[in-house]
Design a protein around this ligand. Structure first.
Ligand code: NAI
Length: 326
């Protein structure tokens, strides 16, 4: 039997985790042959609720789940972690401005970055989901000097999946028939969902759907999808976010399909003229756990402007929390 891998999940009593943990316990990340041990991190007030989640995990009688540890100490949660899903974050409340949200989360993610640095596996894959995800990931990695920036990514897979679905519906095909949409930039309203390189059964998507639908329907629909779900459901996307978290980590761990790419927020190396060192979402492929940005795509003026706009927002976010970047 394989040795268990250690998977840390923060915000383990929250909504996203309530879907994510049960997917993990069902073997959705690495398959039914790979045992896992879950390390669940919460803040003290949420511990009673977390106990309930643990009981339900136990009641699944999962053959994959070989152990559960719960704690409010990041150094316990991240000990020897091979995979870390950083879901927990402080939501924005009515009295908070965006910069307050950045600050309060920056404090959480600097502590967690330091703990990962001290105790996680040197090959840990850290996926930041809690918002503002890109900037939280930047803070975590800059507080983990003994890990590499390549140990960190932030989640834009939900946006990517939303884009795939919108195109599939418009073109009347199954989502498996659509490939190579891109989410550029920030996981926020400024993200740029791009279909210039997307294909439906080897036909150019843009030629099929037209620029007007792309610019005036597709882009705002994908950008605003999170807000639209909140309006309808009264709560933010949770099951689809958990699904995307599994998708993104699985692609990172096991690789991407031949000829297809996915979107991931990663540490910019300056590709496509984006400032190096920002956590920026790019089209990527993964082989043997190594993420590579898809190179050589033609970027027209329309795309370039939109890529700059979301880059500018990321620079502003970074500047607002610069003091916490170690
Ligand atoms: P939630 O509020 O239901 O759960 C968050 C949990 O995190 C709570 O149980 C809270 O106690 C915990 N928490 C807070 N501070 C913590 C800390 N320092 N350490 C450990 N746990 C802590 O929120 P939900 O719906 O599960 O969403 C979590 C985050 O994911 C939010 O920031 C949300 O905006 C973000 N999100 C990101 C998406 C993406 O695509 N990147 C998509 C959807 C949500």
């Amino acid at each position: 039997m394989k040795q268990p891998v250690h998977i840390a999940v923060t915000g383990a009593a929250g909504q996203i985790s309530y879907s994510l943990l049960f997917r993990l316990a069902a073997g959705a990340l690495l398959g039914p042959e790979q045992p896992i041990i879950l390390h669940l991190l919460e803040i003290k007030p949420a511990m009673p609720a977390l106990q309930g989640v643990v009981m339900e995990l136990q009641d699944c009688a999962s053959p994959v789940l070989h152990g559960i540890e719960i704690t409010d100490d990041p150094k316990v949660a991240f000990k020897d972690a091979d995979y870390a899903f950083l879901v927990g974050a402080r939501p924005r409340t009515a009295d908070m401005e965006r910069k307050d949200l950045l600050q309060v989360n920056a404090a959480i993610f600097s502590v967690q970055g330091k703990a990962l640095n001290e105790v996680a596996s040197r090959n840990v894959k850290v996926l930041v989901i809690g918002n503002p995800a890109n900037t939280n990931a930047l803070i975590a990695l800059s507080n983990a000097p003994d890990l590499k920036p390549e140990n960190f990514s932030c989640m834009t897979r939900l946006d990517h999946n939303r884009a795939l679905s919108q195109v599939a519906e418009k073109c009347g095909v199954l989502v498996t028939g659509v490939k190579n949409v891109i989410i550029w930039g920030n996981h926020s309203g400024t993200q740029y969902p791009d279909i210039h390189h997307a294909k439906v059964k080897d036909q150019d998507v843009l030629a099929l759907v037209g620029h007007d639908w792309f610019e005036n329907t597709f882009i705002p629909t994908v950008q605003q999808r999170g807000a639209t779900v909140i309006k309808a459901r009264g709560q933010s996307s949770a099951a689809s976010a958990a699904n995307a978290a599994v998708d993104q980590m699985k692609a990172w761990a096991l690789g991407t399909e031949q000829g297809k790419w996915v979107s991931m927020g990663i540490y910019s190396d300056g590709s496509y003229g984006i400032e190096p060192g920002l956590m920026y979402s790019y089209p990527v492929t993964v082989t043997d756990g190594k993420i590579s940005i898809v190179q050589g795509l033609h970027i027209n003026d329309f795309s370039h402007q939109k890529m700059l706009l979301t880059e500018t927002e990321l620079k502003e976010e970074r500047d607002a929390i610069r003091a916490l970047l170690a």
